[in-house]
Unconditional design. Structure first.
Length: 277
């Protein structure tokens, strides 16, 4: 059984806790929504799930209902006692900590995990990027984020939201928006709608790291999208010469948003060859 909106409000009132804007706190208070998230996450008995920003445990309880093993991480020390009271009887493990500074290896061990979370607005994009870059044990992410953030995470070439973080996600994974979530299911209500994004890690990166290292690839991607209105020959001036464009089969007149992750990889590899001693 998960928590109703009234129960969440009562728990917060008894703890004299007001949601903190500095932590991006917007608690999901609708039982149907948290159960929908749990269902769309695809987890069940035998799965290990880490939840970031567990709050008072609404989503945690829904995840426990699936039969999954849940580790709930919460940074707000004032909420941790409430969270323990709500979810530990159901078998969840509660960890107090900052998701941006976790020792992921110690937390997860040598197992495969899913990350399912209503992510705090202020850390959503960097957290997803860091987990994809540094935590291969997490093979699936299902995250509730601001709608615009969700669109960027899942965007492809031709989408208005396509940008550097889209390329980052596409390098490691396949992503899609699987649900839209209205502000009314949150306490307090945010000013924007939210989206649930499912991210499935690829068996191998979209660009072979033996051909070009990720840091070299993303250095070009960041430079290109930093001046996305400019042609690549200008935004990448000093990083890519005309010969590299020719070798990669990339038009120097193209703009960053026209290249998918494979094209970025080809360009980075051609640049690496050009710069090799």
């Amino acid at each position: 059984m998960t928590l109703s909106g009234r129960e969440v409000a009562d728990l917060l009132a008894r703890a004299q806790h007001r949601p903190r804007r500095s932590l991006g706190q917007h608690f999901v208070v609708d039982p149907n929504t948290v159960r929908r998230i749990a269902r769309l996450s695809g987890v069940g008995p035998g799965d290990r799930v880490v939840e970031i920003g567990a709050g008072v445990g609404s989503l945690t309880l829904a995840l426990l209902e699936t039969g999954a093993e849940v580790t709930a991480v919460e940074i707000d020390r004032r909420l941790v006692p409430i969270l323990r009271q709500v979810v530990e009887p159901g078998g969840a493990r509660v960890v107090e900590g900052d998701a941006m500074a976790l020792d992921w290896a110690a937390l997860l061990g040598a197992h495969r995990w899913a990350l399912v979370a209503n992510l705090p607005y202020n850390v959503a994009t960097p957290l997803v990027a860091d987990v994809l870059d540094q935590v291969p044990a997490v093979t699936r992410l299902v995250v509730l984020v601001q709608r615009e953030v969700g669109q960027r995470l899942a965007a492809g070439v031709g989408d208005p939201a396509y940008g550097a973080v889209s390329v980052k996600v596409a390098y490691w994974a396949r992503a899609r928006v699987v649900a839209k979530v209205p502000p009314a299911v949150f306490l307090p209500e945010p000013a924007v709608a939210s989206a649930l994004v499912a991210i499935e890690r690829r068996p191998a990166p979209a660009v072979d790291p033996a051909q070009v290292a990720p840091e070299e690839l993303f250095r070009l991607v960041r430079a290109g999208f930093a001046q996305r209105r400019k042609m690549l020959r200008r935004s990448l001036a000093g990083l890519v010469d005309s010969g590299a464009f020719a070798r990669a089969g990339v038009r120097p007149e193209a703009r960053a948003e026209e290249l998918d992750v494979v094209a970025w990889g080809t360009l980075a590899a051609a640049t690496r060859v050009a710069g090799a001693p």
